[in-house]
Design a protein around this ligand. Sequence first.
Ligand code: COA
Length: 185
Amino acid sequence: MAKATPFAETARLLLLRPTPEIRDTLFRWLKDPELTRYVGGVRDDDKIVRTVEFVLQSWETVGFGKCILIDKLSAQVVGMAGVTPLEFEKTRVNDLGYLVDAPYAGKGYATEACLEVLKQAFERHKLERVTAWPDARNAASIRIAQKLGLQFVRELNLTYLGMKFEGQHLYEVTRAQWLAKTARD
Ligand SMILES: CC(C)(COP(=O)(O)OP(=O)(O)OC[C@H]1O[C@@H](n2cnc3c(N)ncnc32)[C@H](O)[C@@H]1OP(=O)(O)O)[C@@H](O)C(=O)NCCC(=O)NCCS
């Protein structure tokens, strides 16, 4: 982890480009029934390997993607957050994803990391729109999306990395909405 390239930082966190060593961390997180409760459940090994490839690939193709979050004080890995391009209903979207490991939850890390991720997405990478699709039962995740300024669009079902998701809530924020929000805050 220490060799990964810094992408950005916040008051408490370093956001790092992941290296292939992320594999072990993703195996730990994606085999955890609680952490995966609203993100498709405990993942089979082959799906975790696909997830690792997916996480690393966007950095190669577009130069951004999911970041590893490191707590500056403790140097511990606390989670992952980032925007990843993917194909959805034959359209390319920029999907915001976030995960904070259980010992670090409830401290505002996901919100803090995602605010910086969105800043980078809109101001550095000039994206026009960012989406997220939290499970409708994932109240903490929906709260985060709303705090970030994403707005509910509609319900959706989708297949992602070979997994079926039903009853997701599609949220999005446009570049114009983001700029208006940051001017207000
Ligand atoms: C969901 C998750 C990302 C939250 O991370 P976190 O660092 O604890 O999030 P934050 O502290 O930044 O913000 C959580 C917000 O949700 C609120 N919240 C937490 N549990 C809640 C609940 N059951 N109902 C309503 N709101 C809730 C918190 O109070 C906080 O809002 P506030 O700042 O207004 O008080 C983390 O628990 C996680 O990774 N879960 C597993 C993976 C996952 O579900 N990822 C989301 C995929 S879309």
